[in-house]
Ligand binder design. Sequence first.
Ligand code: ASP
Length: 437
Amino acid sequence: MKRDIKVCKFGGTSVASSQQFKQIQHIVSLDNTRKIIVVSAPGKIADSQAKVTDLLYLLYEHIKYDTDYRHLLHQITDRFIEIKNNLGLSFDVKQYMSDLSKNLSKTVHRDWLVSRGEYLTAKLMSEFLGYTFLDSYQHIFVNYDKQIDYDKTESTMAKINVDHGIVMPGFYATTPNKDVTLLSRGGSDTTASIIAYALNVKAYENFTDVNGVYVTDPTIVKDAKIIPALNYSEIKELSYRGAKLFHQEAITPVAKRDIPIIIKNTNQPEEAGTIISSNASPKEHIVTAISGKKEFTIFNITKTGDEAKTKILQSIITIFMRHNIEIEHIPSGIDSFSVIVSHDQVDTSKFMIMSQLSELDGIERIDIEESLALIAVVGKNMAKTPGVAGKLFSALGNAKINIKVIAQSSTELSVIVGVDEPDYSDAITTIYHTFFE
Ligand code: ASP
């Protein structure tokens, strides 16, 4: 049975200043089931500010390369002092930072150091809200392969009394060797999701700086609408395909227990936001959302006519695997394959890969194209609905946008089109106007 409490996660911009802390206090006071608060480290509100996590990574690099780091330490300390002083808190930030600075040698543990951003934020937030501080170090566990240890986390969290409210830092966990380990960047979303799972709560509210999940990137389509509801597989696909709002790894834990995620704006909490659950799927649109990413590389490989297709494909894949490269798509023709990978994966290895591919038997030609953008048109309602792809292709055709790649899996959750990078924004805008107006 679900417990009548919520996990609320506040992201970097939501905890960036004492003003934002007050806004969080207001949000918590509106609903007495908001018992578990998970925080990121302060992000930036003004462009001149840096994210505390970035500063901590930089601090680590400075220590490692023996460079003067005092200015970084000051900058980090100042961010927390602003919060402490303006809210009249007693937690001694100066003392904590001075003790920390005594531990800064080349052997300092990187993940521990970087996790201090979330740790200090949670310390200050717990005092401010009058909630209990609970360190993720003693409550969130990963296995040796860095996968979440759900059983251990759940049994540990089960012992906690949350009735009077708790605050936990996001972004880090404990290894079986009892070291702090960071989750991937943006991982506070995941921490909150694991806690929501472990406590089997009624909802996971994710507070951020926008009113919900946009149908598409609002920096490209200015009047892009907010999606009122979508389901777990749609958000997973959207995040994977480039939407930045919610961490892809944070979906699985809550989806396992069918806990709804509600994305809300810290500064406009009265707005409904976006609800993500197992059954929510907006009925009025066939397409739920559009996301995309630039910077893909295509290896175009042509084989000789008489070489067996499957065998040569296997050898091609083996070469990419040897370089630890995640392949996005492999559209193929009768004598050709296009292997599509993200740019950063092959940045340093592409010439080596080209040369290894050219050594394979039966390869006729290889060339590389470097400026591909992939756009995903996502929607659960597209399945078994004829005409969606047709509408998409003719809209792009009418807008004179050349489609270089087409891919769709048999679940029909998304249609992927690849276009030249310079056409990316126009393609997104065209697709948006085709399906949402
Ligand atoms: N502070 C961490 C980051 O910047 C984690 C998070 O914000 O979720 O990646």
